[in-house]
Design a protein. Structure first.
Length: 68
């Protein structure tokens, strides 16, 4: 596995529950700071679509759904 250069938002301050992102061989790696060994990888285009969909409210219905 590559060594990633993880980045977190400056809005996170010193909070322990941050989302980190890193460039990963043309893709984007994503992890939660409180579970750093669980890494998701996606394409930049898919991440852009996810962010745009979230901002547009297309995932709001998930907020009412409880996870197991």
């Amino acid at each position: 596995m590559s060594t990633y250069q993880w980045r977190k938002s400056s809005y996170s301050a010193d909070a322990g529950n941050c989302v980190n992102v890193a460039a990963a061989d043309g893709n984007v790696a994503i992890r939660e700071s409180d579970e750093p060994e669980a890494i998701l990888t996606t394409t930049p285009a898919a991440l852009r679509a996810f962010i745009r969909g979230t901002k547009a409210g297309r995932l709001d219905h998930l907020a009412a759904t409880r996870c197991p």
